[in-house]
Ligand binder design. Structure first.
Ligand SMILES: Cc1cc2nc3c(=O)[nH]c(=O)nc-3n(C[C@H](O)[C@H](O)[C@H](O)COP(=O)(O)O)c2cc1C
Length: 364
């Protein structure tokens, strides 16, 4: 399967074109729209989200509610559509595509920022939510949540939560963390940062449960699931790091402590792990580019929003004179929203891995 997106932040809307999606699946519009709503939410979002009410319209590829195997077009209309009258800016914002995009394409900054904007992630979420239909058939659950925001410390041990507990706790939190009881303190922390005219990033974790052993492949580098997940997640706006399992910590860990001993439980012979169990999951469920039957665990580092109320120094592209960067209406903390995008980007890759199984002679 593949998908691409089109559309501008203040253009007519955002489009996702999904190709090679299998025929015969009943499309659950509520599932797609619930994910779009979640992307718009989360504490720390700015004024734009009050204007938009994202819902996906399916323009092609569906007949009587079912996929037909033809390309599927998901369309999310923008309410705040004013791209042709929105003022151009001449002073690029550090941390954005503004400078490099304007130089590379010989364009003013406006069309660059319009396409680079994270509004595009609405298309990725819609495509990911579509892919979740394939995961649902196999009871695979992909859950993204906020692991930390800035230097605010959340309880470290969330490993014992079941998928159901993770979901319930995450859905109770305005920050999409799995410790909703910390929301009050987190609000004070984020509000303090906003009051100073600053922004804050954080870490997102995604866990995928009940993924069958053997998704992905060791035989070609382009087929390795860890590589595909890393690319999908790294390309989400603001993501500056991706790790799987112990990730960067594995570089400081000895082999004896790092690798997860293999056990066998005959009672689980028909489970997605085919009976092969691990007491630890430092590998994050992937070895040799393939799932190993344990939960897939990845984390992403999300940088702080680059648009600042107290703008950083920049250069006016017309005069080449120093000028403070322009302030465009902006979020203070997009980590909760990013967690929804990252979850759906990961869900797409796992669903794509499932689809590839039939093609590669695997025996899953
Ligand atoms: C869900 C989400 C919402 C975002 N909202 C904003 C925003 O309101 N203002 C802003 O300046 N950047 C925002 N960003 C970040 C920029 O889109 C991103 O930093 C920029 O496009 C540059 O890309 P890069 O950080 O990947 O290099 C957001 C990112 C995400 C994932």
């Amino acid at each position: 399967m593949k998908y691409s997106t089109a559309g501008e932040s203040h253009g007519q809307g955002i489009l996702a074109l999904v190709e090679d999606f299998p025929a015969g699946l009943t499309i659950d519009f509520d599932l797609i729209n619930a994910e779009l709503r979640r992307r718009q939410g989360g504490y720390g979002r700015g004024g734009r989200q009050k204007i938009e009410t994202d819902t996906a319209e399916i323009l092609t590829g569906i007949w009587r509610g079912q996929s037909t195997g033809a390309p599927i077009t998901l369309w999310i209309k923008n309410q705040d559509c004013r791209i042709d009258t929105a003022p151009d800016i001449t002073c690029p914002r550090p941390g954005h595509a503004d400078l490099a995009g304007a130089v590379k394409y010989g364009l003013p900054i406006r069309p660059v920022l319009e396409r680079a904007s994270a509004r595009e992630t609405a298309g990725r979420v819609a495509a990911g939510a579509l892919a979740k239909h394939l995961l649902r058939r196999q009871n695979i659950t992909v859950i993204g949540f906020v692991k930390s925001i800035g230097t605010f410390t959340l309880p470290a041990d969330d490993r014992h939560f079941t998928p159901e507990e993770l979901l319930q706790r995450r859905n109770e939190s305005e920050f999409y963390t799995v410790f909703p009881e910390q929301d009050c303190e987190l609000k004070k922390y984020v509000d303090g940062i906003a009051k100073d005219g600053d922004t804050v990033g954080g870490v997102v974790e995604v866990r995928a449960f009940y993924v069958p052993i053997g998704l992905g492949s060791h035989v070609q580098w382009t087929d390795k699931l860890d590589g595909k997940l890393a690319r999908a997640v790294m390309s989400v706006q603001s993501v500056k790091g991706v790790e799987i399992g112990l990730g960067f910590e594995s570089a400081r860990t000895l082999g004896s402590a790092m690798h997860d001993p293999i056990g066998y439980d005959a009672g689980l012979e028909h489970a997605p792990c085919r009976g092969f169990v691990r007491q630890t999951n430092n590998a994050g469920g992937i070895e040799g580019g393939m799932t190993n039957g344990a939960a897939v665990v990845l984390r992403a580092a999300v940088k702080p929003i680059p648009t600042l109320l107290k703008p950083l120094d920049s250069i006016d592209l017309m005069t080449k004179k120093p000028m403070p960067a322009v302030y465009e209406r902006s979020d203070v903390c997009a980590v909760p929203a990013a967690s929804v995008v990252i979850e759906n980007a990961a869900a797409w890759e796992i669903a794509d891995g499932l689809q590839n199984e039939t093609a590669c002679g695997g025996k899953i």
